[in-house]
Design a protein around this ligand. Structure first.
Ligand code: UD1
Ligand code: CA
Length: 455
């Protein structure tokens, strides 16, 4: 096998009209990141010498997302062959294998692409290798015209196909590996004399054959070759990606009691012997250590949870929440930009924002860190072993010392020293028998009213 260099061209200049969106199609997210980024990182694992993306003129946002990989602009959308021509300068001087993929085919695997490149590098060295597949519904895909079961003769678009060709089940996924020393010569010879009036990349196969060169195909799985054209397709792709991520989490030692109700992001990191109850969402940037228990209905974004911690049910952990080993975060608790240290407990109905909660501290139900004055965010410090009584408001910036106790219902406005008690209570009156007398008077008044209505 000869080792040749690879360059990759990703075509992403199409309108994506069927998405009905202001966002370019390839920026729609799958598992929390733009679909084109899934493809770009798969392609990176092939370690290509160059990796360029062809975009449309008003797609600066795509260029930013794929940076530092370069982009080329196809100023008019005249077809897939024309789109590759836009990459001519970016591929100047390159004569290895050019792998062409579509930006809206995000589920491609590196293993499938490697099989194509291996065939290009085999002794037979076909000038063009196409990735074919046999979809359950061949619909509008281009068809591969094959002779003797393996020699690829041409690719015909459905709209240009004869009735006999329309009956072919082997379809074009759009992925091609092409001899880079000849590619642009063929592209210069493309014609747009076809039903759509476009310069089809697929016609490169017939041109290679007319030059007496051989072309071949490999078959890939339909699940990898799904092209995302509509929001329905996007939902199908999301489900496939989620299923992969769920399988990965379970393989690395997490128990998912109901896998289908747990939603991961592309970058979620889950440790061993983690248990995840149903209906949990891991938005991007979440790291979970070993032996963590996550109860149902939690949402997490940009969070780290260390070993042995327990979270939920119904917890919302926002960016910068850092939950220490063995800490407990309970129901209806929201935590943002705050460190909860080892063994601390925040168990019920609480908002903790911009804070540090020391090891072993206990934060009572209904505690609120009042961290925002409408202009600035302020920090709250709770010392190790402190006890914050229920329904406490902590007006930041404020520091509660180690081992301090805050009486329930206190509004804390200034720092509390270590081991001190802070307590704000309005004394209340207790009036014996008042409640009974009140009820008797009200009952009598109600009875009198009803009698006067009847008479
Ligand atoms: C293309 C193939 C078809 C294949 C199908 C697989 C051709 C002529 N047809 O058809 O054989 O079965 O994909 O999904 O190649 N693009 C540009 N510039 C353009 C036109 C397209 O960058 O001027 C990009 C699009 O953004 C997209 C890709 O090329 O990523 C495919 O274009 P699309 O119009 O979707 O091609 P299909 O008609 O689906
Ligand atoms: Ca398409």
């Amino acid at each position: 096998m000869t080792i040749r260099k690879t360059a990759v061209v990703v075509l992403a200049a199409g309108h994506g009209t069927r998405m009905n969106s202001r966002l370019p199609k390839v920026l729609h997210p799958l598992a929390g990141r733009p679909m084109i980024c899934h493809l770009m990182s798969t392609l990176e694992t092939l370690e290509p010498e160059r990796q360029v993306v062809v975009i449309g003129p008003e797609m600066q946002a795509v260029a930013e997302v794929v940076a530092p990989h370069p982009t080329c602009v196809q100023s008019e959308r005249l077809g897939t062959g024309h789109a590759v021509v836009a990459a001519r300068d970016a591929l100047a001087g390159f004569d290895g294998d050019v792998l062409i993929v579509f930006g809206d085919t995000p589920l491609l695997s590196a293993a499938t692409l490697s099989r194509m490149l291996d065939l290009r590098r085999s002794v037979a060295a076909p000038a063009v290798v196409v990735l074919g597949f046999r979809p359950v519904d061949p619909g509008g895909y281009g068809r591969l015209v094959v002779s003797n079961g393996e020699a690829l003769e041409a690719i015909v678009e459905l709209v240009d196909a004869t009735p006999e060709q329309q009956g072919i089940g082997l379809c074009n996924s759009g992925v091609m590996a092409i001899d880079g020393s000849r590619l642009f010569g063929w592209l210069d010879r493309l014609s747009n004399a076809n039903t759509k009036g476009e310069y089809y990349l697929t016609d490169v196969v017939a041109l290679a054959r007319s030059d007496g060169l051989s072309c071949a195909f490999v078959e890939g799985p339909e699940t990898e070759l799904l092209g995302v054209n509509s929001r329905e397709d996007l939902a199908v792709a999301e489900r496939l990606v989620q299923n992969q991520l769920r399988a990965q989490a379970m393989a690395t030692g997490a128990t998912l009691i109901d896998p289908h109700s747990v939603h991961f992001s592309y970058d979620t990191v889950i440790g061993r012997d983690v248990v995840i109850e149903p209906y949990v969402v891991f938005a991007p940037g979440v790291r979970i250590g070993d032996d963590v228990y996550i109860r149902g209905f939690c949402h997490m974004l940009g969070v780290s949870i260390e070993s042995g911690a327990e979270v939920g049910p119904f917890a919302r952990l926002r960016p910068g929440a850092s939950i220490g080993p063995g800490a407990h975060i309970g129901n209806f608790v929201e935590i943002k930009n705050a460190r909860v240290e080892r063994g601390a407990k925040v168990n019920h109905l609480t908002y903790i924002g911009d804070a540090r909660i020391g090891a072993g501290a206990n934060v009572g139900a209904g505690t609120i860190t009042c961290n925002y004055d409408g202009f600035f965010k302020q920090h709250t410090e709770i010392g190790a072993g402190a006890f914050i009584g229920s329904n406490t408001s902590l007006i930041a910036p404020v520091r509660i010392g180690d081992g301090a106790i805050i009486g329930a219902g206190t509004v804390v406005t200034c720092d509390v020293p270590d081991d001190a008690l802070a307590l704000a209570r309005v004394p209340h009156a207790v009036k014996p028998t008042w409640a009974r007398t009140f009820r008797e008077r009200r009952r009598a008044e109600k009875a009198a009213k009803q009698t006067s209505k009847k008479s």
